[in-house]
Design a protein around this ligand. Structure first.
Ligand code: PLP
Length: 387
């Protein structure tokens, strides 16, 4: 590790192979993975269908640039538009969540342009949000702890405390509101569905764009294809990444605004290449079947019951459960308790995540089995009993 920049505090383990929600380290010790690489490995580790699709594609063409037509890119765009249930009509592909959000901000800024001048540019985001690590998406992220050292930032972002407070921040310069429906990194905090619907309504009336960051919530994470489907809304722009490629880097922006960006306005060398879009197609096929068969619903319920059990059994540690689908958290009474649980869980070989101030976050592969869930919660209980 000595040649790596010191940007992560890592657990001292190296995984050498995986199968669905189980990982093995180099001493062949097994770990239950309730993290899926932070919501990425949606179809599990070493998924045979995904790895076959990628290998087959790699043996033909991996990358060709966006100077030429790319058929899996066109196919994945059509799938996303069709499945989204939105007014969406077009997709831009990039490589990460931050890039998808950058693209969304650029679309909004250009939308705010009139006669060659940016008349409306302000993007309202929420406190406690997380939108990425590039300079603009960091500025869009309403958590000041991330802003230290990196200014000056681009102008034109303002933070609202919560959904209600967004109305107070709207002025004649406002072009867009960008929100997560369930704040992930912020601690797994879902917003009230009715409030979000009312916000959508109000913004539409004022011609202010609603951008929904579904980087973490998209692609069945909440049980629905998009969290926007769960919330019954049709945002102007939706951003995706994480679970879409099942581990192959990909970001996507779905929008109804197909005529805002013109050739030369935006682009990406890698975005939408053969490999990542082929992966995206296969991931969605796998998950569509999984959802249709009723297995996704069944596994979500199974996981939920285990969380309820734990919360009931250890009221001294946790006060509530939050989230939807397989994006869940146990809210601990304190940061210290949370940190201890996450660290001890690792020692018992079950991987869980931290989020916000007090959340133990669960983002397992959507294809996790009941046996893996049982084993993971069995290990977690051992941790909680020993404290
Ligand atoms: N938006 C949300 C809601 C996220 O959860 C994340 C990552 O955690 C991002 C954006 C940034 O995505 P990436 O790390 O792929 O740039």
């Amino acid at each position: 590790m000595q040649y790596l920049l010191n940007t992560y505090s890592r657990f001292d383990v190296e995984f050498v192979r995986g199968e669905n929600a189980t990982l093995w380290d180099k001493d062949d010790r097994d770990y239950i993975d309730f993290t899926s690489g932070i919501g990425v490995v949606s179809v599990g580790h070493a998924n045979v269908r995904l790895s076959n699709a990628i290998s087959e594609q790699a043996s033909k063409i991996i990358h060709i640039s966006n100077l030429y037509r790319i058929s899996p890119q066109e196919e994945l765009a059509e799938i996303l538009v069709t499945k989204s249930g939105q007014n969406a009509a077009g997709v831009f592909f990039c490589n990460s969540g931050a890039e998808a959000n950058e693209t969304a901000i650029k679309i909004a800024r250009k939308y705010g342009e009139v006669d060659g001048e940016i008349k409306r540019y302000k993007v309202i985001t929420l406190e406690n949000s997380f939108h990425g690590r590039t300079i603009s998406t960091l500025k869009a992220t309403g958590q000041t702890k991330f802003h230290k050292y990196f200014g000056p930032f681009p102008d034109g972002f303002e933070y609202a405390k919560d959904i209600d407070d967004i109305y107070n921040k709207i002025d004649e310069k406002t072009v867009a509101v960008m929100i997560e429906l369930i704040q992930g990194e912020g601690g797994v905090n879902p917003f009230d569905i009715e409030k979000v619907q009312a916000l959508e309504d109000k913004l539409k009336k004022q011609d202010i764009l609603l951008i929904v960051d579904e980087v973490q919530t998209g692609i069945y994470r909440t049980g629905k294809f998009l969290a926007s489907n769960l919330y019954g809304i049709k945002p102007d722009i939706i951003t995706l990444a994480k679970g879409l490629g099942g581990g192959v880097p990909i970001g996507a922006v779905i929008t109804r605004l197909t005529d805002v960006l013109k050739p030369g306005d935006h682009g990406s060398t890698f975005g939408g290449n053969y490999l990542s879009t082929r992966a995206g197609i296969e991931v969605i096929k796998i998950l569509d079947e999984y959802k249709k068969s009723g297995q996704l619903k069944e596994i979500i319920e199974y996981f939920d019951n285990k969380l309820v059990e734990i919360a009931k059994e250890f009221p001294d540690k946790f006060d509530s459960i939050s989230g939807y689908g397989l994006m869940k958290a146990l809210k601990a009474h304190s940061t210290e308790i949370r940190d201890e649980v996450v660290a001890q869980a690792f020692e018992k070989r079950v991987l869980v995540l931290k989020a916000g101030i007090k959340a133990v976050r669960f983002l397992p592969p959507l294809t996790i089995t009941k046996e893996e869930i049982d084993e993971g919660f069995h290990r977690l209980k051992e941790v909680l009993k020993s404290k």
